[in-house]
Design a protein around this ligand. Structure first.
Ligand code: ZN
Length: 111
C-alpha cells in the first residue's frame, strides 16, 4: 500500500520577513499553527525575499534544502545526502549562500 502525503495542498512563497542568516537557512517545511481556533498543518516552503535578487543557483539551493526537509526534518547526515542527491554541488552552493548572506548582513546589497 502506498503511503499518502497527508496534505496535497502545497505551496511555495516568498517571505519578506525572513532576513536573518539562520532563519533563511534553518526554516522547516512542515509548519503547524493555530488558526481560527483549530490546528492547521500545512506543507509550505517559505523562501526569504532576498533570494529574488540573488543568483539563480542560490534560489535553487534553498529549494533543494526545503524539499529535502519534506523527508528529513533534521539537519543530519541523511538530510545532506538527500540534498546532494538532488544537487551534486549542494555543499559548495550552500557555502556560497552562507558567504553571500554574511556579506549582506555586514555590508549590504551587492545586486
Ligand atoms: Zn533546514
Amino acid at each position: 500500500m502506498h503511503k499518502r502525503v497527508p496534505d496535497t495542498h502545497f505551496k511555495v512563497v516568498y517571505d519578506g520577513k525572513i532576513s536573518e542568516l539562520n532563519a533563511a537557512l534553518g526554516l522547516h517545511t512542515f509548519n503547524s499553527r493555530v488558526q481560527g481556533g483549530k490546528l492547521k498543518a500545512k506543507n509550505e516552503i517559505r523562501i526569504a525575499s532576498l533570494f529574488k535578487t540573488a543568483p539563480e543557483e542560490f534560489l535553487k539551493m534553498i529549494v533543494v534544502h526545503e524539499l529535502s526537509h519534506l523527508k528529513e526534518k533534521e539537519h543530519n547526515k541523511a538530510f545532506y545526502a538527500l540534498c546532494a542527491n538532488i544537487e551534486p554541488a549542494y555543499h559548495q552552493i550552500e557555502f556560497d549562500v552562507r558567504l553571500y548572506l554574511t556579506h549582506l548582513d555586514l555590508f549590504g546589497e551587492i545586486y
